[in-house]
Each structure stands twice: as C-alpha cells, then as structure tokens.
Design a protein around this ligand. Sequence first.
Ligand SMILES: [Zn+2]
Length: 274
Amino acid sequence: MRVYISIDMEGVAGVVHADQCRRGADDYPAACALMTGEADAAAKGAFDAGAEVVLINDSHGDMRNLDLGRLDPRVEVLSGSLKRFSMAEGLDGGGFDLALFIGYHAGAGTQRAILDHTYRSTVAYAVRVNGRPINEAALNALVAGAAGTPVGLVSGDETTCAQCRALLGEVDTVAVKSAVGRLAARSLHPERARAQIRAAAAKAVRERYRFRPFHIDPPYSLEIDTVTTAMADAGALMPGALRSGDRTLRFDAGDVQTLFRALLALLRLAGTGV
Ligand SMILES: [Zn+2]
C-alpha cells in the first residue's frame, strides 16, 4: 500500500509568520525542524497502518526545507523545485492509495487563518474554479482525484481544517493551532501536534476506503484575481488566457492537469508584472 504525504510549512504547529518560512531568516531553521517533525509523524502513522511505500513531497517554497536525516528511514522524499505539479508532484501519475496533506493553510482571502494564500501570496488575491473560491488543498486534491487518489487527512489551523472539510467533503482533519489573526495563533506543543497527526494518519490510512477521489465536474474555468493590474497585464500574455476583469485572469480547461499547469504558469508570469 502506497501513501503520499505533501508537507507545507505555514500550517505547522508554532508557525505564525512569513519570517519563519523564508530561507535566510533567523527563525527559518527552527520552523524547518517543526515541519520535519510533522512530516515524520504523518509518515510514522502511515507505516503504523501498514503502508509499504511513503513518499513525502517537500511542498513549501523552494521545496528544500526538510531535514532528511531526521525522517523515518523508511520514507522516500521528493525535494527541490521546479516540479510540474508542485505540491502535488507525483500524484498526477496515480499509483497512491491515499494522500495526506500536512502543514497546510487556508486559501487567499480567508480571515483568522495563518498566512492565508493560494500558491503565490504576492500575486494572487483570490483563485476560483468554476466560480467557487478554492485553496491549495483542493487544487492539489483535484490532481490526486483525477488520478484516482483520495485525500484522507489535512492538518493546519482550525480555519484551514474547516475550509478543507467544506471544499473536499469526507476528509479527516487535525487542527494544530487556532489563528487569532493572520499572524498570530494559539498552538499545540509540537509533541502533541505530532502525536495527533500520527494517530490521525494511521486512522485515515487504515480506513482509506471511507474517502473518495475529489472531483469537480469539467469543463473548468480558472479565475485568478491579481494584486495589481500590472500583474494581470503580464499574465494575459499567456496564450489562452483571457482578461476577464481589471485584475482578473481567466483560463478555460477541459482537464485537471491543464487547469493546474495553467494556474502555476499564470501565477509565475503574472509575478513578473510589477
Ligand atoms: Zn508554504
């Protein structure tokens, strides 16, 4: 049995500020250790439940945050970037029985959610699919779902957990902190967060038949509201992109992989428009 873990940083217990999440900042090494601890806890939970293969995708920033020597030696790790499917790299090819999203955060424009954003906080003011606001967990779940893999567990702050239950339907969640604003939270101690993640991962893997691959009916209409009009100007250079509003880019796609790759490409291109 094969389990996939995508680990982000903003939703890890104790992380509340972008300085903790940025290479070079004083706080960053400590946050990497917290992130590594939660990734390891999820992996151990999956192994507790009988997983034979656990692949951990380092899904934050430059994707070289995990301290590999402190992970369970049975895991495999996907690190570095660029990856065509980014936080969901490898899920696109199928072959996993269950995916676990650990350390996740809420979508751009969500209040009382630590470091809310959708893939590029400085570029995307909001992202919608078929008119509905969406977050990274749901976008990555779409990639997994298209290849037949369900998502069984999401961890992050309380708001993120509630948002993921609303978007994904049947999914287990572990809230490791409760945000009092975008940059402040009341958090569990890392050891308690890890214990809860390990137990929840084991339960989700053991009960994996409860979860269904996440789908949104095609065709897809992706909309990105950019922070500035210059970003929309730049994003609109991409063939197939439509300028559907002063600060809104639209891209229509018939399949999930095209939708996802258009999202990443548009955000990157729009980011050049400053
Ligand atoms: Zn991140």
